[in-house]
Design a protein around this ligand. Sequence first.
Ligand code: SF4
Ligand code: SF4
Length: 302
Amino acid sequence: MTNQDSPSQQAGSAPEIEVDIFDSVRQPDGGPVDPVRLQADDSFCFSCHKSINCWNRCCHNADVTLTPADILMLTKHLDLQPSEFLAQYTVPAFWEKSDMPVAKLRSDETNNGACVFLAGDEGCGVYAARPATCRYYPMGLASIKMMGATEKEDFHFLVKESHCEGHAEDNSQTVAEFRAQQGVEALDEVNRGWIDIMMKMVSWRSVGGPNSKPVSQQAKKMFFMVSTDVEAFRRFVFETKFLDTYAIDQETVETLKKSDIALLQMGFDWLKHVLFNEQTINLKEDVLQAAIAKARSDMGAT
Ligand code: SF4
Ligand code: SF4
């Protein structure tokens, strides 16, 4: 993730913006962001290949935040349980803009900060399952909501870091072509609920948290569990009172048993309910009535 100004700030339009940027770019040298918004059919020049002078330089001190889809993909690729993957290849961290817990890829400080997956001159050792951040590079993904608008607007922007010579290559492509080549569409789809939560947390942070209340440590732990360890979340759903509490029909329950992606998406709906009180998941009728009765009793109503 970059720490430089967002493109909107550089373009001087910050006062209009309600929701800040979610970006997917790495943080080696804080190079300039090109503030031009790129839409799907806009073109830019870039190419990355083994014979380029800067080969692998971006895989050192790369600061890669893993998305939920990355962890699903990498655990399958490496045939590991999420807990094993997290212990071997990641470090826990906080995504600074939202103050929410995330897992970042480990780097080897004894080897110039090389990413744990860098396989020397061969490049990325998990290329087929590389994280979204690495696929997006050197592009950032932004999502903003202008003051008074009802919908968010997604767009891309370029990050030109001084060490990256790929921008000088004579290879023009559109944003849509680059996205298709990098295979980010399916990952974005899986990550959408997680990105929504991150962006909401960014916008709430300036007033101290959702509805001006700080997020509890317990809620942060739950967010981390859903985001990083689908097997732990599966146990939470099927081995606690979760299914006695929430109204989830039997067909959906069967799907949740089999599909990691369906389970993740339900997990993000549940987190939106817990964090922002959104009606993304419903309590069972008896649980709801008991909660209403308790609230009335706590207020002294008969
Ligand atoms: S996962 Fe692969 S592409 Fe990404 S930083 Fe590590 S070695 Fe480089
Ligand atoms: S061209 Fe850019 S993305 Fe490719 S290896 Fe060089 S620094 Fe990394």
